[in-house]
Design a protein. Sequence first.
Length: 162
Amino acid sequence: MPFYIHDNLGKFYTIKLPSTRNRVRALRKMNIPLEQVGFTFVRSSGPGGQNVNKVASKAQLRWNPGKSGLLSSEVLERLEALFPAHFTKEGDLLITSQKNRDQLKNREDCLEKLRNMILEASKIPKPRIPTRRTKSSIRRRLENKEKNAQKKQGRKNIKDWD
């Protein structure tokens, strides 16, 4: 099923979701309007020559998933747990990209990062099933305890030598 992000100009960014059983059903078809997603562009750090001081090519995506109501509460909780450094105090998700020297490519990279984060949070974690101890491991533990007990018995002071 496709994952759509669209802007108010009618342009859709289509992202295909892989078929996986661990995905929450609500995520199979989701539209995030770009009115909810805010982009700001700032000057990028790093090398770039004289152009780096003139062009604001670093893209910052800001989206509040709690207010949008598009994600279920379970996915939202997992998203906040998996990526706590990306959330602000107000609950906004902040994603930045400065891979490329082009604003549009950095914007698309931010959207791709958002998609990957939502996909990661949509996976239902597999519950851990505790394993039983083997009989041989129990036997080894008890033998080791007995050896340590004998070792410590040998360290005791003997008061009577008679």
